[in-house]
Design a protein around this ligand. Structure first.
Ligand code: NAD
Length: 441
């Protein structure tokens, strides 16, 4: 059984008056980590997972916090805090994105690293999960400052990363540019080029065809697969998308190309709604030129939150975590949610949506296209041999279809929702590996 004192502040009471003690999991305590633990526990209970394996998966194996100075353009030196968390070392090297944002914390990285473990296991990739990042406001930093920050962060976490140890990738506010700086910094340290230290690199540096669109494309493949099971098609569907970054912009474009009507979009600046469907080319051009959706001249301007509540068939959160929560889950007006972002739905919202008959295709499945093509990139780098773009898309579709079929089967077997079934498939795989490797020494 799970240690019940861990939940809902239980250890706080146990340890009241003993402030020198740290509650188990205290290092990772955060709202998002609690969400990850809640989701894990639901699946682990259904699997009747033994206590020792449960304990090994509940907390990350390794975590590093670093503080480092960066010289700003005006000469002032500013201190930044960064993290790298590796959730399990059982499945192979660890893999996971690095993000820049004002909310980046050890607890956030720990939750995201745990989800990465399950995502990789679900897709059958030979990786454990990791996540990292730097707490900063990337919009306040110039390109030069971002380069210095990225290079210093890379050298600070150097002791625990490597092509066979831990391989970073893009996440929020990072992309090809940051991966190029990161790869160069690592290569300078070891004295020769090491393209396989990161994925999501520019093509010319050993990146792969298709990585830039892989996450968004994977979201679309999952949606198509789920719709096929319901004898429905993307063509004519009304879709609302939150977030127009790496992932959201690809989702919008790919769905529009397949005949979906994009009825609402938002980014950090604003939301826009058009019941008849937005002109997606115009939206993309606007955001491409200005960086933000603000002041887009067509459609009705709404608050960012209203985009989530726009009447539609499919809602795709592709921005931040905890966007669909207890306070707005009753206002969500769609038939299906496909989680392109990591952790966009809280457990409380999950329960409300289930009662309302709204299915949620979970992040660990829906956005797994990114890490799957990252795996293809890592394999190509190791082989020193590039695959054709067509082969990558075919393999991606196949791997996601197989994962979705496994989740669908588990959902029926356990009589549960998509998220719990997806986690159950993944946890069972990691648990089996843990049992076989036993405990060292
Ligand atoms: P990004 O930084 O490229 O884009 C984020 C987008 O969200 C931007 O358009 C931003 O304006 C918008 N946004 C921020 N706050 C918002 C708010 N309050 N309301 C509405 N929009 C808001 O990030 P990304 O790489 O597209 O990642 C998005 C999500 O997808 C994250 O949860 C990330 O962890 C997840 N993800 C990304 C990848 C990848 O390959 N990049 C892979 C798997 C999962």
């Amino acid at each position: 059984m799970q240690d019940e004192r861990r939940g809902a502040g239980g250890w706080d009471e146990v340890l009241a008056g003993e402030r020198h003690l740290v509650a188990p999991g205290g290092e990772w305590r955060s709202a998002l980590y609690r969400v990850a633990v809640d989701q894990f526990s639901r699946a682990a209970d259904l699997l009747d997972l033994e206590d020792d394996v449960r304990a090994r998966l509940l907390e990350p194996r390794r975590a590093l916090a670093v503080n480092f100075p960066v010289r700003r353009d005006d000469g002032v030196v500013e201190s930044f805090t960064g993290y790298r968390v590796q959730h399990t070392l059982t499945m192979g090297p660890t893999k996971g994105g690095m993000r820049y944002g004002p909310g980046v914390s050890m607890g956030e990285c720990a939750a995201l690293a745990m989800w990465m473990t399950f995502k990789c296991a679900l897709l059958g990739l030979p990786f454990g999960g990791a996540k990292g990042g730097v707490r900063c406001d990337p919009n306040r930093l110039s390109e030069g400052e971002l380069e210095r920050l990225t290079r210093r962060y890379a050298s600070e976490i150097f002791p625990i990363i490597g092509p066979d140890r831990d391989i970073p990738a893009p996440d929020m506010a990072t992309g090809e540019r940051e991966m190029a700086w990161f790869m160069d910094t690592y290569s300078q340290q070891v004295g020769h080029p090491v393209p396989e230290i990161v994925t999501g690199k520019p093509l010319v540096l050993g990146g792969t065809e298709g990585r830039d669109i892989a996450t968004g494309l994977g979201v679309v493949f999952c949606l198509e697969d789920v719709l096929r099971g319901r004898s429905e098609r993307v063509d004519g569907l009304r879709v609302a998308v939150q977030g127009l970054g790496n992932v959201g912009s690809v989702v919008v474009r790919e769905l529009a190309d397949r005949g979906a009507r994009i009825v609402a979009v938002s980014d950090v600046t604003t939301g826009v709604v058009a019941e008849a469907g937005l002109d997606v080319d115009a939206v993309m051009e606007w955001v491409g030129e200005r960086g933000f959706l603000r002041d887009f001249p067509r459609g009705t301007v709404v608050g960012r939150r209203e985009v989530l509540e726009t009447p539609c068939d499919v809602l795709v959160p592709a921005a931040l975590e905890s966007q669909i929560a207890g306070d707005n889950a009753r206002e969500i007006d769609c038939r299906l949610i496909v989680e392109a972002a990591n952790g966009p739905t809280t457990p409380e919202a999950d329960r409300i949506l289930a009662q309302r008959g709204i299915d949620v295709i979970p992040d660990v499945l829906a956005n797994a296209g990114g890490v799957t093509v990252s795996y293809f990139e890592w394999v190509q780098d190791q082989q020193k041999y590039s695959w054709q773009g067509e082969e990558i898309v075919t393999r991606l579709r196949l791997q996601l279809n197989e994962a979705l079929a496994r989740v669908h089967g588990e959902r029926r077997r356990l009589g549960t929702d998509w998220r719990t079934a997806a986690q159950a498939v993944a946890i069972a795989r990691v648990a089996e590996a843990s049992r076989l490797r036993t405990i060292y020494p």
